[in-house]
Design a binder for this molecule. Structure first.
Ligand code: SF4
Length: 391
C-alpha cells in the first residue's frame, strides 16, 4: 500500500562529517522499501517504520517544499557546512518503484543542482540511469558520485536475498554507463552475508567485477542482525535456503547486542579477508581524496583523513589513535585550524604524533602516512606536499 504523508522536516544533519559519504547531510524521501532485501536493517523497530516494510511505502509528498526551505540560506542562522548531500541509505532506496510516479529523487537532484550542492547517490536500482543527464550536470558544476550497493556479484544469491532489485550484473552495467559519462562510482559491498558472501572467493570475485566495471572505490561492511523484526525476517529466509548455517549465526550474533553487531572475532576475520582481496584487486577502500578535498573545509578534511587513517590501520590489524582524536576534534567549538599547538595537545586523544599529522593535513591537505596506506589499494600517492590532488 502506498501512503502519502506530510513530513515535518527532511534533512538529517550528522553530528560530525560522515566519512563514508563525505557528508554532513542525508535525507529519506520514502519510508519502507519494496526491494525487500532479507538483511535490510530498516526493518528494525528502532527506525519506527510502520506496516510491512517491503509492501507499505510512505511517500513524503511535501519533501521538495521542505527541502527548498531547509536549503534556503536566508532561513539559516549559520551557513551550512559544505559536503556531499546523500541521497540513499537509511530506511528506503530513493530509486525504488514509486519514484517512477512521484519523481521525488529527481526533484531533489534539481533542487540540489540549483543550490550548488555536490551529491552522492547510493542505490541498488538502475532507475537512477533516468537521471544521468542531471547527474552529469551536477558533476560538471559541483560533483556527483553514484554508488551501488551489493552483497556479492552472485546472481543466484542475490535472487534469494535481494528479491526486488536488478541482478548484480545489471548494477555493474549501470556503473559502466555512469563511468563512461565521466562520473565517479563507488561500490558499497555491504553487507556481506555471513558464510554465504563473506568468503575470500566471493569477496575477491565481487571486487574484480567492480574493478572491471570501473568503480573508483569500495566501502565494505559486515551484516548487523538486530533482535526483532529484522532478525526474524532474515532468519526465516536463511532457514528456507541455507538451514545448515542457522546454528553458526547463533554463534556470531550474541543476543545481548543492542546494535546487532557480529562478534569481534568474526568481524575482524572478515575484514582481514577484505583487506587482502582489495589490495590484490587494487581498489581504494575509501573514497579517494581527489574526489572530496576541494569540497570539504580544512577542519572537516582533518576529521575525515584521521578517520580514514584509523580505518586503514585497523584493517591491517594495527592499533590507531586517530579515530578517537577525530571524534574529540569534531566536538570542539573552536575550529582546529585556530588552535595553538599547546591547545591541540590538550584535546583528548591527541598526542604529539597525532598533532604532527593534523598540522601536516592543515598545511598540505593530506599527510604522508595516509597517502602511503592508500597506495596499497592501487590509489597512486599524490604527494609531494603542497599538491591538493584536486580533480
Ligand atoms: S535496497 Fe536498501 S533500503 Fe531497500 S530493502 Fe534493500 S537494503 Fe533495505
Amino acid at each position: 500500500m502506498i501512503r502519502e504523508i506530510e513530513a515535518k522536516s527532511l534533512l538529517r544533519r550528522h553530528k560530525k562529517v560522515e566519512s563514508w559519504f563525505l557528508s554532513h547531510y542525508g535525507l529519506n524521501l520514502y519510508r519502507g522499501c519494496v526491494h525487500g532485501c532479507a538483511y535490510c536493517d530498516g526493518r528494525a523497530e528502532k527506525y519506527q517504520v510502520t506496516g510491512e516494510f517491503d509492501r507499505d511505502i510512505d511517500v513524503k509528498v511535501n519533501a521538495l517544499g521542505l527541502l527548498e526551505r531547509e536549503l534556503d540560506p536566508e532561513r539559516r542562522r549559520k551557513p551550512m557546512p559544505r559536503s556531499f548531500m546523500v541521497l540513499g541509505g537509511g530506511v528506503c532506496d530513493a530509486y525504488q518503484g514509486v519514484e517512477e510516479t512521484y519523481r521525488l529523487a529527481r526533484g531533489t537532484l534539481e533542487l540540489l543542482d540549483r543550490s550548488g550542492w555536490p551529491v552522492h547517490v547510493l542505490t541498488k536500482s538502475v532507475l537512477v540511469e533516468r537521471d544521468l543527464d542531471l547527474l552529469k550536470r551536477i558533476n560538471r558544476r559541483n560533483r556527483a558520485v553514484v554508488s551501488f550497493s551489493f552483497s556479492s556479484a552472485d546472481e543466484e544469491i542475490s535472487r534469494i536475498f535481494e528479491p526486488g532489485v536488478p541482478p548484480p550484473s545489471r548494477r555493474l552495467e549501470a556503473i559502466r554507463k555512469f563511468r563512461e559519462a565521466g562520473l565517479a562510482c563507488g561500490m558499497f559491498l555491504m553487507p556481506v552475508i555471513p558464510f554465504i558472501t563473506d568468503t575470500c572467493e566471493k569477496i575477491t570475485e565481487t571486487l574484480r567485477k567492480g574493478k572491471e566495471a570501473g568503480v573508483d572505490f569500495v566501502i565494505f561492511g559486515t551484516m548487523t542482525l538486530k533482535a526483532g523484526r529484522q532478525a526474524d525476517h532474515f532468519l526465516g529466509v536463511l532457514g528456507k535456503h541455507y538451514p545448515e548455517f542457522i546454528s553458526r549465526y547463533e554463534d556470531i550474533y550474541p543476543e545481548a547486542s543492542p546494535w546487532g553487531e557480529s562478534t569481534a572475532a568474526y568481524t575482524t576475520a572478515v575484514h582481514r579477508i577484505f583487506d587482502r582481496a582489495a589490495a590484490e584487486v587494487g581498489i581504494p577502500v575509501r573514497m579517494p581524496r581527489r574526489l572530496f578535498d576541494d569540497i570539504l573545509s580544512r577542519e572537516d578534511l582533518v576529521i575525515v583523513l584521521l578517520e580514514h587513517l584509523d580505518y586503514l590501520l585497523k584493517l591491517k590489524g594495527r592499533s590507531s589513535p586517530y579515530g578517537y582524536a577525530a571524534y574529540s576534534l569534531s566536538q570542539l567549538k573552536k575550529p582546529v585550524s585556530q588552535l595553538s599547538r599547546e591547545d591541540l595537545l590538550k584535546v583528548r586523544g591527541v598526542g604529539p604524533a597525532t598533532a604532527k599529522v593534523i598540522a601536516e593535513i592543515l598545511e598540505t591537505g593530506t599527510c604522508r602516512e595516509y597517502e602511503e596506506l592508500m597506495e596499497r589499494f592501487g590509489n597512486p600517492a599524490s604527494f609531494p606536499p603542497g599538491s591538493t590532488g584536486n580533480v
